[in-house]
Design a protein around this ligand. Structure first.
Ligand code: C2E
Ligand code: CA
Ligand code: CA
Length: 617
């Protein structure tokens, strides 16, 4: 006995495995073989209690099915506990945070109720997954020693999975029919559900949840250029990556309800999130999962050019069904492909219009030339003002499309359509020329002028046309460069970094100001931006919530503070309320742009504003 309690070094489980084989040979009864095996494991790992918990057939509860105790105290066997509302999530979170298992030391609050009744000094809980579903877990308990389990962990994981494969599966002839059904429902490679079963499961989960506390979303993901991976590394590696993708989605995606391989390298995941989860929060979750998958891929291929594309759509938003959310998430994933980001996660939220409006996109695009010829595009201006005095310090040029029937098409609708086929170049150049011409005319007429910023679409970074066109305008209109500014969104700058750098450097050489638009809507850091020649930071509208919480305020103030330290000018967009303006003054953000002062206005109104503010020269 004394000998058996000796700590094993290295924990080579070969001995345990051969013991299992022996047991199988001499023992016809699987149940008693399991009992005997637990005793052996108890002394092998020098623990005091081992408890096996399995999911019940219907998956609604966990049941304590086997138990061994050094002191022969059987307390829990047969005990069944229904899953509480979020138990599954809680378990998965525990395993995720614990690197695939869960550890507990006395003194902490132990969330495992079944174990609270025990004398437990230290515990490690090892989950067992079959076909990517949690099927059981094994608790190893030491009642009188604090243990970190580091030496045992790997061996425990190995032997727990082995125990399941060797004994537990064999134990249940009652499951034969189920196994066959499973095979038909599942993808042979990844063992994940096929799409029909997935859709059914997600629908069932949603209709079975009347708590009102959650919302559900579908995430569609694929590996960018998977074909290239297959070609470069061979199909075995390709398969391995697909299997890894399946298991990573399962283990790392918080709140996962189900997962399937739609086809090829395309996976669908359904997640359950808190009711008010925002696009941004879900994006973060998906990005985190994708990035840990990329770590795995890198350990297989050492390739750093791979990216994961994901798109998601919430079920129930505007009555969207699960099937529609799958289509939406797929469209969003395709949109994500356009982000030229490498070695990271690319993730987009579904936006209305991504699918519905393929026809609409085609219609808008086909009308672009005619609308230009008919002078249907106009340039509106939105003033930028000092927070403290509302003095006008600049303006942003924003395009408007007023159709011949007088109705407007808004930029949020037509700009993405135009970007998708290159029309945007024509409309942007139209805006630029309009602005240059206006400034020239006002200068010639000795009317007051202020710096005007223009938006730069990502498409301009792919070739030289932007540089050539703007260079041409500079010559033609001879506008002082200090009156000009170009706004690039945060995402363009980061994703198209190499191409952006050329364009930005050209602007810098010309002494034209560059601002980063929508800062904070993505995940860039100021540190990255400092590598680019930027002058102005435009804080995105998302920061201007109705009621700014203390945390919001801390974040905004720190960004402003850092930007100022880096020598950047800061302006905040989307300011609508006085409380926001007052806070900005406190945070030392000098400028704002927003409805609080003025909406974007047509040129004649804008001129009146300038004249009112500055008088005539
Ligand atoms: P953006 O560059 O972020 O422009 C600011 C948007 O915020 C404008 O929307 C403006 O009307 C809106 N806005 C300003 N103040 C407030 C406020 O206080 N509250 C709220 N809720 N919104 C405010 P708009 O004009 O509809 O333009 C939408 C987007 O379309 C622009 O976002 C920009 O990305 C794009 N866009 C507009 N004009 C052009 C253009 O000429 N070229 C390109 N490439 N993109 C353009
Ligand atoms: Ca802008
Ligand atoms: Ca903006």
């Amino acid at each position: 006995m004394e000998n058996e309690r000796e700590v094993k070094n290295g924990y080579d489980v070969t001995e345990l495995k051969s013991f299992a084989k022996e047991l199988q040979k001499r023992n016809k009864n699987v149940e008693s073989a399991i009992e005997e095996f637990l005793i052996k494991m108890g002394s092998f790992f020098d623990v005091d209690i081992i408890v096996v918990k399995e999911k019940t057939e219907n998956g609604a509860a966990i049941k304590c099915t086997y138990e061994w105790s050094r002191k022969n105290h059987i307390l829990l066997r047969g005990l069944e506990r229904r899953f509480l509302d979020n138990t599954w999530d809680a378990w998965m979170t525990r395993y995720r945070e614990g690197n695939g298992c869960y550890r507990f030391y006395k003194g902490e609050v132990c969330p495992i109720i079944l174990i609270q009744q025990r004398e437990t000094e230290s515990l490690i809980q090892i989950p067992v997954f079959a076909t990517n579903e949690l099927v059981m877990c094994i608790d190893f308990v030491d009642s009188d020693r604090v243990r970190d389990w580091l030496a045992e962990e790997a061996a425990m994981k190995e032997i727990s999975a082995f125990l399941y494969e060797e004994f537990f599966i064999k134990r249940a002839p009652r499951r034969d029919a189920e196994v066959l059904k499973r095979k038909l429902d599942r993808d042979a490679l990844t063992k994940l559900f096929k799409i029909d079963r997935f859709t059914k499961k997600v629908n069932d989960s949603i209709s079975g949840d009347d708590s009102g506390k959650y919302t559900y979303a579908i995430v569609s993901s694929d590996v960018a250029n998977f074909k290239y991976i297959n070609e470069k590394y061979g199909y075995n590696t390709g398969d391995l990556i697909l299997k890894k993708m399946a298991s990573t989605l399962f283990l790392k995606m918080k709140g996962i309800v189900s997962c399937c391989r739609e086809y090829s390298d395309i996976f669908l995941t359904a997640v359950r999130c808190d009711k008010d989860t925002t696009d941004k929060e879900l994006k973060k979750l998906v990005d985190d999962c994708n990035n840990s998958f990329l770590d795995e891929i890198r350990s297989i291929t050492e390739d750093t050019s791979i990216a994961i594309n994901s798109g998601f759509a919430f079920v129930g938003d505007h009555g969207i069904t699960v099937e529609e959310a799958i289509t939406g998430a797929t469209a969003a994933r395709k949109a994500a492909k356009d982000m030229a980001l490498y070695n990271t996660s690319r993730c987009c939220a579904y936006e209305s219009g991504m699918i519905a409006n393929k026809a609409r996109t085609a219609e808008l695009v086909s009308n672009c030339d005619r609308a230009l010829a008919n002078h249907e595009f106009e340039v509106y201006f939105q003033p930028k003002v000092l927070c403290s005095t509302y003095r006008i310090v600049g303006a942003e040029a924003l395009i408007r499309w007023r159709k011949s029937d007088g109705t407007f098409v808004y930029p949020d609708e037509f700009i993405p359509a135009f970007e998708s086929n290159g029309c945007i170049r024509k409309t942007d150049f139209f805006v630029y020329e309009y602005v240059f011409k206006l400034l020239r005319e006002r200068l010639d007429q000795k009317l007051p002028v202020i710096p005007i910023s223009m938006n730069v679409s990502r498409i301009h970074l792919f070739n030289n046309q932007f540089v050539e066109y703007v260079g041409g305008l500079l010559e033609k209109y001879n506008v002082p460069v200090e009156l000009l500014e170009f706004e690039l969104t945060e995402s363009i700058c980061l994703e198209e970094l190499p191409s952006a750098v050329n364009t930005l450097q050209w602007l810098r050489q010309k002494n034209i100001k560059i601002s980063i638009d929508d800062f904070g809507s993505g995940y860039s850091s100021l540190e990255v931006l400092t590598r680019l020649p930027i002058n102005v930071l435009k804080l995105d509208k998302v920061f201007m919530k109705k009621d700014l919480s203390n945390n919001d305020k801390i974040i905004i103030s720190s960004i402003v503070e850092m930007a100022r330290l880096l020598g950047l000018d800061v302006i905040c967009e989307g300011v609508e309320e006085d409380a926001q303006r007052i806070f900005l003054i406190e945070a030392c953000c000098e400028k704002l742009q927003g409805f609080i002062y003025s909406r974007p206005v047509p040129v004649y109104e804008f001129s009146k504003m300038l004249e009112k503010e500055f008088g005539y020269a």
